[in-house]
Design a protein around this ligand. Structure first.
Ligand code: SF4
Ligand code: SF4
Length: 321
């Protein structure tokens, strides 16, 4: 594939505040456990080793784990307000029970106190309360962290237990990441995307320059790969594929390659099943070094950088790949 900088797809989203010289690749998988975070961390480490000004974002806010490999130090944090919660003014409440009778989520206790965990902020109780005793107030759903790592800046988030709106939180992580990238002069954002195909994935993929979908030769991963590619196509985000553990079932890899070819999607990486991956994960560090999986990751990095930014620059840290 020819090295080129792709134009932003027109998704109707606001232009990236990260600036025209910053590209964004989001690593997706559909099925969990295919090695998405391993690949994202390895690409971030490779980028830093080649002197690329990279910024990492972890958009898997429901189960963030990129920080376990990158060991960020928090520089600042801010609360994420993802919605509203009902609040009752007990001094105005007449005890008529209209709110609890109409609440579809069982969030109103018998004493007319609101369960913040159950309340969906729908506002029905505000409408039905004859005394005007209920109002909606902003609800803190999580925290967004801006950090430094050995590989460059990082933005990640944590959703509070039982809280929803993770799609909104992903959008906030991306917005914060783009703003920090602009301030720090980053030229590449590598994002560890959420698994599955729900709202967080849609939030993570829209407006990205490239989706790298990590799969493996199993029926469930193959199935989810095709659904993920359909989502990328729907949002006009160019997609490429990397097959992890490619050597354990060559027939499955051929099926994946065939389906990708049909869709005009290129398979740009094939990583072997290797002990070195488990060892680097157990040591809580990105996959680097010279083993077969690390070398395949180096080739994947060259392909990703080539698609987004052109040939890989020589590494100031003496990187081999
Ligand atoms: S805002 Fe909706 S969910 Fe929350 S207490 Fe009122 S009616 Fe129930
Ligand atoms: S509807 Fe209003 S007045 Fe009636 S119990 Fe609920 S909060 Fe109190």
């Amino acid at each position: 594939m020819m090295a080129m900088r792709r134009a932003k797809p027109d998704t109707g989203a606001a232009p990236s505040p990260a600036g025209p010289s910053c590209s964004e690749v989001v690593v997706l998988s559909g099925k969990g456990g295919t090695g998405k975070t391993t690949v994202a961390a390895a690409l971030i480490a490779r980028a830093a080793a080649h002197g690329v000004r990279v910024l990492a974002t972890d958009c898997d806010v429901d189960a963030a784990n990129l920080h376990l490999l990158l060991h960020p130090e928090t520089v600042s944090s801010e609360p994420f307000i993802g919605g509203d919660v009902a609040a009752v003014d007990t001094s105005s409440c007449t005890g008529c029970d209209a709110c609890s009778d109409h609440c579809a989520f069982g969030a109103m206790a018998p004493d007319h106190q609101v369960s913040a965990l159950s309340c969906e902020g729908c506002g029905v109780c505000v409408i039905v309360c004859p005394a005007g005793a209920v109002q909606l107030v902003p609800k803190e759903n999580g925290t967004v962290y801006r950090c430094e790592t050995a590989y460059g800046p990082m933005v990640h988030a944590r959703l509070h237990p039982g809280q929803g709106n993770s799609g909104k939180l992903v959008a906030e992580v991306r917005r914060s990441g783009r703003e920090l990238a602009r301030r720090r002069g980053a030229t590449l954002i590598i994002s560890d995307g959420p698994p599955g195909l729900g709202c967080p994935v849609l939030s993570a993929v829209t407006g990205a320059d490239l989706a790298l979908v990590v799969t493996e030769p199993s029926a469930s991963a193959h199935h989810d790969l095709l659904r993920t590619l359909a989502v990328c196509a729907h949002f006009a985000v160019p997609a490429v594929v990397a097959v992890n553990k490619a050597d354990i079932y060559p027939g499955g890899v051929r099926l994946i390659e065939s389906d990708c070819r049909e869709r005009g999607v290129e398979v740009i990486g094939r990583m072997p099943f290797s002990r070195e991956v488990a060892e680097s994960t157990a040591q809580a560090r990105p996959l680097e070094g010279k083993g077969p999986a690390a070398e395949a990751m180096g080739e994947l990095w060259r392909r990703v950088h080539g698609i987004l930014c052109g040939p890989v620059p020589p590494g100031p840290r003496g990187a081999a790949h």
